[in-house]
Ligand binder design. Structure first.
Ligand code: NAP
Length: 463
């Protein structure tokens, strides 16, 4: 894949970049290693000041960075600016809490003194996706740099300007040269970077094939990895739920980032007693969504990030229909062509779509739809809802709506997911760990657990 900014709303090539040569990659890793030798000794208080400065730069430049994201990957502008603000929040969170998380932990044993000390590992490689081009990087970099590691970023090839802007934020904030560097390289260079002795660990957010590839190479060199992969999150609505709030949240939870979020609600599993009402309301809300130019603040749904994603989604909807799905709304790009004008028609637009009557056993029901397409299922009771929710290879998040406390307890206990949200949509939050089980990956980002993924948890025993 070429490294380039291609506006997904117009198809225009905005800027192309030459990938780094092997020599340039080596020089960047040399710089990272040199930076680590002194950065690991810098007091936490100083790191914290730099991280707070990074947060302030993000806030000061949020409109500029938001626009950059929108032009590179099509996120509606208001959401893009909000993402920059959230990235500032994670910087502040670790700036304020890292000292507590990384303090020596005393443990009583037969020693005169025994404790855990948390020490950095060295260079950590981050392979990141385009869908949250700032947030995904900052949620790796804020805990990583606070812990004393140095980072090298291989960002998705379609967001090179975001990748360079993030490097600039850390430099401007005062972090020493080499502590955070962007490597403009394609996916084909990841194996050789992971193999470099100086690179101690890697984290990847993205698709299953990418995760498998990284983990295979890292395994060969016995290096730690964290993988945040895909999901097909259930959104369960029981008959006791507050229907209005559930429907409103269902739309937001499915449509976030034009439907391209790993934790978007993708399968709506609704109790049959309220299924007709829920469906009617959902279709009406979908029909009212404004699809168009993502730079227009009124737009709710922008284009998909690349023509490839559009093609994959179209294929999946076709397969769903072949496998028995009924299209309640959308399902055809022609449906939205009149709502966009001029050059925008060249963009990767796909209409909000609802698929119903899919058999839970249909192969397509096992897949992740990475775009504004919802699958709707009806169930007779809670047991059936939980069984259906768990009947996918993924286990990232789950949202469930009920006002019956016993039902809430069952859902918390039995849903196979890295996080369960009752009467709310699944969302990431710097204070709460984030990650999946099953084929959604392993390891955790954010919260206290997030900072321990890339440290040496060293046991000290003294007599
Ligand atoms: P992707 O194609 O896997 O790309 C993600 C990153 O991996 C990019 O930097 C990409 O580089 C790189 N990459 C691709 N193939 C690789 C390989 N064989 N070896 C090493 N690196 C490789 O994923 P995507 O299409 O951008 O994102 C969609 C997927 O990511 C969805 O499944 C979504 O659910 C998941 N996701 C998960 C989370 C989470 O937190 N769990 C968050 C966001 C997205 P190039 O761009 O150069 O190809």
């Amino acid at each position: 894949m070429a490294i380039a900014t291609i506006n997904p709303a117009t198809g225009d090539i905005v800027q192309e970049f030459e990938p780094l040569t092997d020599e340039a990659i080596t020089l960047k890793l040399d710089a990272a290693q040199q930076a680590f030798e002194h950065y690991r000794l810098i007091p936490l208080q100083q790191r914290s000041q730099w991280m707070s400065a990074a947060a302030q730069i993000l806030i000061d430049r949020k409109t500029e960075f938001g626009k950059l994201m929108t032009v590179e990957m099509g996120k509606p502008i208001a959401a893009a600016i909000a993402e920059v603000e959230k990235s500032a929040w994670v910087c502040r969170y670790y700036a304020e809490n890292a000292a507590e998380f990384l303090a020596d932990d005393a443990i009583e044993t037969d020693a005169s003194r025994s404790f855990i000390r948390y020490q950095p590992l060295g260079i950590v490689l981050a392979v990141m996706p385009w869908n949250f081009p700032f947030w995904q990087v900052f949620r790796f970099a804020a805990p990583g740099l606070m812990a004393g590691n140095v980072g090298v970023l291989k960002h998705a090839s379609n967001v090179p300007q975001c990748a360079l802007a993030i490097e600039e934020v850390f430099r401007q904030a005062g972090f020493p040269e080499g502590v955070f560097q962007t490597l403009l390289v394609g996916a084909d260079k990841v194996a050789q970077i992971v193999a470099d002795d100086r690179v101690k660990a890697a984290t990847l957010t993205g698709s299953e094939p990418a995760g498998i590839s990284l983990a295979t190479h890292a395994g060969k060199h016995l290096k730690k990895t964290v993988l945040e992969l895909g999901g097909s999150d259930p959104f369960i609505v029981m008959d006791s739920a507050d229907l209005e709030t559930a429907v409103t949240t269902a739309v937001t939870a499915r449509m976030i980032n034009n439907g391209q979020s790993c934790i978007a609600a993708k399968r709506f599993i609704v109790h049959e007693a309220i299924a007709d009402q829920f469906t009617q309301k959902l279709v009406a809300r979908y029909a009212a969504l404004k699809v168009g130019d993502p730079l227009d603040p009124q737009t709710e749904i922008g284009p998909l990030a690349t023509p490839g994603i559009l093609k994959d989604l179209q294929h999946q909807v076709t397969m769903a229909v072949e496998q028995g799905a009924k299209v309640l709304i959308g399902g055809n790009t022609q449906a939205i062509a009149p709502t966009v004008e001029g050059k925008l028609q060249q963009g990767n637009f796909y209409p909000p779509t609802i698929l119903a009557e899919i058999s839970p056993d249909a192969p397509i029901a096992q897949e992740e739809f990475f775009g504004p397409v919802a699958m709707l299922f009806r169930v007779p009771d809670l047991d059936a809802a939980i069984a259906l929710a768990n009947n996918v290879p993924f286990g990232l998040g789950a949202s469930a709506w009920t006002t019956v406390p016993e039902e809430g307890d069952r859902l918390m206990a039995d849903l196979e997911a890295g996080s369960v949200f009752i009467n709310g949509m699944v969302k990431s939050d710097p204070r709460l760990p984030f990650g999946g089980i099953k084929r959604s990956g392993y390891g955790r980002e954010l919260g206290r657990p997030g900072i321990y993924e890339f440290v040496n948890i060293k046991t000290i025993w003294v007599k």
